[in-house]
Design a binder for this molecule. Structure first.
Ligand SMILES: [Zn+2]
Length: 299
């Protein structure tokens, strides 16, 4: 397995190197062809799994991420096969879903039961002025399909609550929680822990944000880190928020999601990133699993 992984890394590095050299000559077609050539060589190997075969269009669309030494054909194939649920198509879900769709997540669920309001538009950039009144799940799905018609977008016009969380999380490879309430976050966390589905949590208020990655049963879950909701948690309507602050947090959630799907380094597993964008300052905080955690203590 390790030698196989090493082979894929070498292959990805070769393809990435070829792409960078060609791109430096502004010869994008050559870059795509060379990456494609490397991919075809890989798939012609008897031991190469079928999932690694990417079309020429995919190799061109994803060429700049495939050029990364950390992101090769194996990672691209993994995200293409992945089923990811984004909970909330608002301030965090908009950038989060855009980056996940752009990166090629094969099946992307967008869950939101709200309709677009004028006051959303300064930070929820998946929705445009003519979308006011349109269900956010549908508005988001329409834009994401334009962005990447090669993936499946599944809009869900429902609110995730404790009663339906298990059914919504079942069968997902990853959940990205972009909701805006502690009740929803705890419901998502409990369902993900029960189903052992990896989770990326996030939140933003004012200039402050937080991102946390969870691998249930292995690393601290959201409730391990935050056993109870704060007594007074102001909403964005009360505390205000600048659009780019939400953009930073949602983008970091997408990055953590891709990291987990692609099997990169551990990132924000086992803790969270505390973000103060007024300062600005980013602080990593470790979080330990709690044996008495009602969500993951028994796993
Ligand atoms: Zn826990």
């Amino acid at each position: 397995m390790n030698s196989r992984r090493g082979f894929l890394r070498d292959l990805a590095a070769q393809a990435g190197s070829a792409a960078r050299e060609a791109a430096a000559r502004s010869d994008l077609a050559t870059a795509a062809a060379q990456v494609g050539s490397a991919a075809r060589e890989a798939t012609s190997e008897p031991s190469a799994p079928e999932a690694l075969a990417l079309s020429d269009a995919e190799l061109e669309r994803y060429g700049r991420q495939l050029a990364l030494p950390e992101w090769g054909l194996a990672q691209q194939a993994a995200v293409r096969e992945a089923r990811v649920l984004v909970v909330g198509a608002g301030a965090l879900g908009a950038p989060g879903a855009l980056y996940l769709a752009g990166a090629g997540v094969g099946r992307l669920g967008i869950l939101d039961d709200d309709a677009v309001e004028l006051s959303n538009l300064h930070r929820q950039l998946l929705h445009f002025t003519p979308d006011v009144g349109v269900p956010k799940a549908e508005s988001a799905a329409a834009k994401l399909r334009f962005l990447n018609p090669d993936i499946v977008i599944e809009p869900y016009r429902v609110r995730l609550v404790a009663d339906n969380a298990a059914a919504l999380v079942e069968g997902q490879d990853l959940v990205v929680d972009c909701s805006d309430s502690f009740a929803t976050r705890y419901a998502v966390n409990a369902a993900c822990c029960a189903a052992r589905v990896p989770l990326v949590e996030g939140g933003v208020t004012g200039f402050a944000g937080l991102v946390m990655a969870v691998r249930p049963g292995e690393t601290a879950c959201y409730r391990c880190a935050f056993p109870a909701a704060p007594a007074a948690a102001p909403s964005c309507a009360e505390a205000g928020v600048l659009g780019p602050a939400a953009g930073v947090v949602g983008s970091l959630q997408a990055l953590e999601a891709l990291r987990l799907l692609g099997g990169l380094e551990d990132g924000l597993l086992g803790g969270f990133l505390q973000i103060d964008l007024l300062e600005p300052a980013f602080t990593r905080v470790r979080a330990m699993r709690r044996a008495d955690c009602p969500d993951c203590g028994a796993l």
